[in-house]
Design a protein around this ligand. Structure first.
Ligand SMILES: [Zn+2]
Ligand SMILES: [Zn+2]
Length: 228
């Protein structure tokens, strides 16, 4: 696997170590400026979570699965700055996963350039999100349910893709750093409303093997992870 980071060497080496432990996958680290990879969303002072055309060309050229670690604030839609941001992006069909560190530096979910939580917690959040995004391309389980974030005040919905139903598994979906209060919103997982969707809470209850038994038994590591 190729791990491209935007001047985040400490974060990247931590991820490399865990990816080797969890999946037995080797990573090559590349430090790169990704100005041409990301498409700006001016009004949010952020970027689309999917890459530009040039970005896709770059990924295809690398002939490997690529995990990108960026400090840019990324969004999967441009309707609502407070609802449409994402911590990570999975495009496993294109062998591409992206993790944003922008909103992992504070006690709340706001984007920041400076670290306001302990380094250890910040790194845990990044590694957790990386394992989760890689899990989308590695776990071929069929018990997943569609997750949707619902803003209870506005009714705004954001589709989050298929996720595990076990909340101690890294493939359970989270929507925020701390689970939002009931009045703010909830996650629909299949038919069920979920309120246990904070990343920090998820880190505390996380299975020590990262994955639930069903997910772990469904690992399938594609050859695109093993190219040199
Ligand atoms: Zn996910
Ligand atoms: Zn699971």
């Amino acid at each position: 696997m190729i791990l491209v980071h935007e001047n985040l060497p400490e974060e990247a080496s931590k991820i490399k170590k865990v990816v080797k432990e969890v999946f037995n996958i080797e990573s090559i680290l590349i430090n790169a400026n990704l100005d041409r990879f990301f498409i700006p969303i001016q009004e949010f002072n952020g970027y689309w979570s999917h890459p530009s055309e040039k970005g896709y060309e770059l990924i295809v050229g690398l002939k490997n699965t690529v995990l990108i670690i960026t400090p840019r604030d990324i969004y999967s839609d441009n309707k609502s700055k407070e609802d449409d941001f994402v911590f990570g992006h999975d495009e496993s069909e294109n062998n591409l996963m992206i993790v944003s560190t922008a909103r992992m530096k504070r006690h709340d979910n706001q984007p920041s350039n400076s670290l306001e939580v302990p380094l250890d917690l910040y790194l845990k959040r990044i590694v957790y999100t990386s394992v989760h995004e890689l899990g989308h391309s590695i776990v071929r389980a069929d018990h997943y349910k569609e997750a949707i974030w619902v803003n209870a005040r506005t009714g705004h919905q954001l589709k989050l893709g298929e996720h595990c139903t076990d909340n101690t598994c890294v493939m359970y979906e989270i929507v925020d750093i701390k689970a939002p209060p009931l009045s703010e919103g909830y996650m629909l997982l299949g038919e069920e409303k979920k309120f246990d969707t904070g990343m920090d809470e998820s880190l505390k209850r996380l299975n020590q093997d990262w994955f639930c038994d069903i997910c772990r038994k469904a690992f399938k590591i594609d050859n695109m992870y093993k190219q040199k």
